[in-house]
Design a protein around this ligand. Structure first.
Ligand code: BV8
Length: 249
């Protein structure tokens, strides 16, 4: 995909001049790794479900095995893919500028690309926790249950992600909002901007005087907040935004 040279130059200049960059990513940054984005995560077998239906505590209580299997399917898919040049470019940028990386993704690919201190607003696919646990929950080592159950109280193990209707992790949310207030540039990569409160962050950055750059091959709800919209895939575009020499270092 051809990217407008003038827009690229403008974005590069803004990154060069930035003191503190907030990078907010969504499912689109993992698309080039082969991870379906959230709204098309339900391909094939899962096509008949609405993700906003499955990603809820209510759905899990109603059909624990179905929801558990959906997350197991996504874990297997993510475990089998690699970070792409977009994830790597974000990690490299953090070596050149003060970067606060906030992701809505639960796939852990930023960490695997070398980013440290990833603020995961919506939790992580590979973490589990207990639903209504007894406080000392443990699953039998050979518990092949789907989902596993606590041997003491029978509580169900659940994915360690934030479901719709659940509060975001307090510290993660505070750190993300503080970075939005403090940054002087906000890079918004691969998100439809539909899910709150994450989608409010670029507006907070803008209200506090930061520039906003959106990178997305499609129009998004955050384009109106942006000073600059680069309609391009993240894996292709992000490496081109790094200060010369950094992309290959
Ligand atoms: C909460 C984990 C409050 C699970 C997810 C206002 C304020 C507060 C809340 C709300 C509000 N309005 C509505 C709400 C409720 C709700 C919400 O936002 N609903 C939406 C649908 C309207 N929010 C919540 O429930 C949040 N909780 O606020 O609690 C509260 C208060 C009191 C008491 C209790 C609670 C919790 C939201 C978290 C939900 N969990 N994930 C799981 O993954 O299974 S969100 C889920 O969707 C994903 O994590 C993802 O982050 C998120 C958003 O999707 P995107 O990342 O944007 O992905 P999407 O597919 O939409 O778009 C991908 C984009 O990539 C596209 O634009 C595409 O063009 C682009 N793309 C494609 N290829 C590329 C690309 N871009 C670049 N390069 C490419 N190659």
């Amino acid at each position: 995909m051809l990217i407008d040279a003038a827009l690229l130059a403008d974005a590069r200049q803004r990154i060069e001049a930035a003191r503190h960059i907030l990078v907010l990513t969504g499912a689109g940054i993992s698309a080039e790794s082969g991870v379906p984005t959230f709204r098309d995560a339900l391909t094939g077998l899962w096509a008949r479900f609405d993700p906003e239906e499955l990603a809820t505590e209510e759905a899990f209580r109603r059909q624990p095995q179905l929801v558990w299997d959906w997350y197991e399917h996504r874990r297997e898919l993510v475990a089998a893919v690699q970070p792409n040049p977009g994830h790597v470019a974000v990690a490299r940028l953090a070596a050149l500028r003060q970067v606060t990386l906030v992701t809505q993704n639960v796939d852990g690919l930023h960490q695997r690309a070398g980013s440290s201190d990833v603020i995961e607003l919506h939790g992580n696919l590979f973490a589990n926790k207990w639903l209504d646990g007894c406080g000392r929950c443990e699953a039998a080592p050979d518990d092949g249950g789907r989902p596993p159950r606590c041997v003491h109280c029978g509580a169900l193990m659940r994915p360690g992600v934030v479901w719709f209707g659940e509060e975001l992790p307090r510290v993660a949310r505070y750190r993300a909002e503080h970075a939005a207030e403090q940054c002087d540039l906000c890079l918004v990569v691969g998100t439809s901007g539909m899910v709150y409160p994450a989608a409010a962050l670029p507006g907070v950055a803008r209200d506090n005087g930061a520039g906003v750059i959106v990178i997305n091959p499609q129009p998004s709800a955050l384009d109106a907040t942006a000073d600059l919209v680069l309609q391009a895939p993240a894996g292709q575009c992000l490496p081109m935004l790094l200060p010369v020499g950094a992309a290959s270092a």
